[in-house]
Design a protein around this ligand. Structure first.
Ligand code: HEM
Length: 508
């Protein structure tokens, strides 16, 4: 008898036949009887989820540009996957990303990017999300962040001190990593009440920036293969490190986060408090006990740390690069900052900086170009949504991409150019709508960025202090290779051959 007897072969063929038959029946159902069957889009996208896999995994983060091409071909509403629609119409944005009075869930399939199900970010259900977000809100309110100005300023001074030292030693600095060190030191302090000193590290702790990017890339993969993260998490760390697998950094990061959360819980159990920490606020809240478990707080902490670091840092690096490429813009900004200080101690106050129109415009423009999360962020409504002649069935994931709205040439002519003037000269559109309504990097609605006040405070304080004190002429850095978004790994990243945004540092 051979390795396989005839009954095994027959059974395998029978099984394969059944799978083929089921797949064919499913494909026919999806293009004929499915509730989305009448929506425009390619038949292949309507048939299989592998469509996204091809554009995002095989072609490495290219689905967002492919969706653009589909809109050019099929119009403003397209069926991009068997169960999902995408709309390209900035004036319909608020219907999808609605305020909390309208129930909007996240999509079950989509939240798998998070690798957890219990952070506010990864929570599918609208009401559960409100419950989980509520205890975080007071910490991130405008007043609360304003009260933390001196803590932020201390870290900004630390960054300036490091930059001054780099100038003295003619060091070439990776500006993007330096800003990541800044935002990471700030958010770790706020999250856990613990100080970290990435700003002191010779390379500004570049491994953590790489870990965050690996986390984003992992997120894209997890959406396709959600079973993978639990497997990687159970793989011994030494093996991952030996394999040089990017998940090794993520596991170290997870363990560090867990230890910090456990320390805060232990402090509370010992009758003391982790004052000033986000998670003390959560433990003080009236959330039920299971919502205060170490597992859940760890999940929340992972999101807060990742979300609170790279987005703001990347915006700062982009703004610094573009300003240093254009002497006129840089001088205009410096002249304006000079009207706001410095105070007797050499620092600039947040309240004064917030009133400066050109500084505000530079930040708006940098955050617009950075775009935050580039991947589509679908929402699920419980009522039918009416878009023009289309009635979208309840329960359908629908999205618009921030990246696409932020780069719409009708709203932002020549969108790849850094032009802060567009915010100063034309804050309103011809129809009377304000332009800032369409800068959606922080999103809008009930799931919008909770850290927006912190991000703005960091952007104002860091940009003003660095611009006032240093020139950062670029070193072997081009917008085309090192800044322009080339791949969508949940957040936008430049070309693979980029060596980062690098500059010489010159004290003024
Ligand atoms: C320029 C800076 C930033 C941008 C562009 C940005 C963008 C975004 C976007 C687009 C979302 C929505 C994601 C979704 O719908 O799934 C989000 C959510 C979030 N952001 Fe930010 N963010 C920034 C800075 C920050 C900072 C400094 C923090 C501080 C911790 C933060 C914390 C969060 C958290 C915790 C969420 C999840 C909120 C929820 O699901 O209720 N972000 N952010």
């Amino acid at each position: 008898m051979g390795v396989f007897d005839t009954s095994t072969v027959a059974l395998t063929a029978y099984g394969a036949g059944l799978v083929l038959l089921y797949s064919a029946a499913l494909a026919i159902y999806r293009v004929t009887l499915h509730p989305l069957a009448r929506f425009p889009g390619p038949k292949l996208a309507a048939t299989t989820e592998w469509y996204e896999f091809y554009h995002d995994i095989v072609r490495q983060g290219q689905f967002i540009w492919h969706i653009q091409k589909l809109h050019d071909q099929y119009g403003p509403i397209v069926r991009i996957l068997p169960n999902e629609l995408h709309i390209r119409d900035p004036d319909y944005y608020d219907e999808i990303y609605a305020p909390s009075s309208k129930k909007r869930d996240k999509s079950e399939a989509w939240v798998k990017v998070a690798g957890n199900t219990t952070s506010a970010f990864a929570t599918v259900d609208h009401h559960m999300h409100r419950l989980r977000r509520a205890p975080l809100n007071p910490f991130f309110s405008k007043k609360s962040i304003t009260d933390k100005e001196s803590q932020i300023l201390e870290k900004v001074e630390h960054l300036c001190h490091r930059l001054a030292a780099a100038a003295g030693s003619n060091e070439i600095v990776r500006v993007d990593v330096a800003f990541t060190a800044l935002t990471m030191d700030i958010i770790t302090d706020f999250a856990f009440g613990e100080r970290t000193y990435h700003l002191d590290e010779p390379d500004f702790g570049v491994r953590w920036k790489e870990t965050l990017i690996a986390q984003s890339a992992n997120a894209v993969f997890l959406r396709q293969f959600p079973w993978l993260w639990p497997v990687l998490q159970r793989t011994p760390l030494r093996l991952l490190q030996w394999l040089r697998h990017p998940a090794a950094g993520l596991v170290v990061w997870r363990d560090m986060t867990r230890e910090r959360i456990e320390r805060i819980i232990a402090t509370n159990e010992a009758g003391k408090r982790a004052e000033g920490s986000i998670f003390q606020t959560v433990l003080d809240s009236d959330l039920p006990a299971q919502e205060k478990s170490a597992e859940r707080l760890e999940a929340e902490a992972q999101v807060v740390l990742a979300a609170g670091t790279e987005t703001t840092a990347k915006s700062l690096a982009m703004i610094a690069f573009h300003l240093n490429e254009d002497a006129g813009k840089l001088q205009r900004l410096r002249d304006e900052i000079a009207t706001a200080g410095p105070e007797a101690d050499g620092s600039y106050s947040l309240a004064k900086l917030e009133k400066l129109p050109y500084l505000t415009a530079c930040i708006m423009e940098g955050v617009r170009m950075m775009s935050g999360v580039t991947t589509r962020l679908p929402r699920v409504a419980h009522e039918p949504l009416q878009y023009r002649d289309w009635s979208i069935p309840p329960g359908t994931p629908v999205s618009q991409m921030n990246y696409v709205v932020n780069n719409d040439p009708d709203l932002f002519p020549r969108p790849l150019e850094f032009r802060p003037e567009r915010w100063v000269d034309a804050p309103e559109r011809a129809d009377g709508r304000r332009l800032d309504r369409y800068m959606v990097s922080f999103m809008r609605g009930s799931r919008s960025c909770i850290g927006i006040n912190l991000a703005w405070a960091e952007l104002y304080l860091a940009l003003a202090h660095v611009v006032a004190r240093f020139d950062l002429p670029s070193y072997d850095t081009t917008a085309e290779r090192d800044l322009v978004i080339d791949r969508d790994l949940f957040v936008g990243v430049p070309k693979a051959e980029s060596k980062g945004i690098r500059a010489k540092v010159v004290c003024r």
